[in-house]
Structure formats: structure tokens, C-alpha cells
Design a binder for this molecule. Structure first.
Ligand code: HEM
Length: 111
């Protein structure tokens, strides 16, 4: 039952009380997890509404963290947006796509 979610939709959910993020082209609604995250709320808010793959991988999260992630899975990033964007891979050096910059600007609560 995987649903395709456009990037534009993900980007709307960029607030602490409505927080989606993308990891490995999958979309997660982690609103309820925000307060429980051992790595703090800010880390998740920083990538709210955008791609957190690199941030997630850089930390070297445990397999337990990946298990937790599954609970918040809501769908797949729309195929068109995967191509339009960039290859979302561990080797992506920086997250500076125009979409990401816009999302960051909108999410300025802690900046
Ligand atoms: C929504 C997806 C995420 C889940 C389910 C998650 C889960 C967890 C869990 C369970 C831990 C405890 C250590 C471990 O088991 O690896 C942890 C630690 C941590 N997380 Fe996340 N995390 C997520 C996203 C992120 C993102 C996007 C960042 C951005 C940098 C981040 C930064 C951290 C940091 C810095 C720690 C280390 C905290 C410490 O040991 O002091 N996490 N996370």
C-alpha cells in the first residue's frame, strides 16, 4: 500500500506540529516522534519538509533507529520528483537543491 507523494506536498509539512521528511525516497510523518528523538527536536526540524537522508546517514543511526522509522512511513516520494530532484544517495555532498533552500527558509523557528 505504498502511496506516491509529490515533493511539493512533503514541503508543506515543515513545521514542528506537522513534520514530514524524506529518507531514501520514502516519506515519513515524524510529528509524533519529534519529542522522543534521542538526537533532539532541532535536528528533525532542520530537515522538516525536505530530504533528511544525508543528515540521517551522517549520524550513523542504529538499526533500531531504522526500525523506529518504519512506524512513521506514509508513502514513497513521487517518481517524477525523484528524477527531477537529484539522485538521493549517501554520496550527495550537500543538500542545496532549490527545494531544500525554500524549505529551510520557511522553517525558521530555530534559525
Ligand atoms: C525520523 C527519522 C529519525 C529517527 C527514527 C531517528 C532515531 C534516532 C534514534 C533511535 C537515536 C538513538 C541512537 C540510535 O539508535 O542510533 C537517534 C540519535 C540521534 N539522531 Fe536521530 N533519528 C532520525 C532522524 C535524524 C535526523 C534527520 C538527524 C539529523 C542530523 C538526527 C540526528 C541524531 C543525532 C545527532 C543523534 C545522536 C544523539 C546522541 O547520541 O546524543 N536524527 N536518532
Amino acid at each position: 500500500m505504498s502511496k506516491e507523494i509529490p515533493l511539493a506536498t512533503v514541503q508543506k509539512h515543515n513545521k514542528p506540529n506537522d513534520l514530514w521528511l524524506i529518507i531514501d525516497n520514502k516519506v515519513y510523518d515524524v510529528t509524533k516522534f519529534l519529542h522522543e528523538h534521542p538526537g533532539g527536536e532541532e535536528t528533525l526540524i532542520d530537515v522538516a519538509g525536505r530530504d533528511g537522508t544525508k543528515a540521517f546517514n551522517d549520524v550513523g543511526h542504529s538499526s533500531e533507529a531504522r526500525e523506529i522509522l518504519k512506524k512513521f512511513y506514509i508513502g514513497d516520494l513521487a517518481a517524477a520528483d525523484i528524477q527531477k530532484k537529484r539522485p538521493v544517495s549517501e554520496s550527495t555532498p550537500t543538500d542545496s537543491s532549490p527545494e531544500a533552500v525554500v524549505a529551510t527558509k520557511q522553517c525558521c523557528i530555530l534559525h
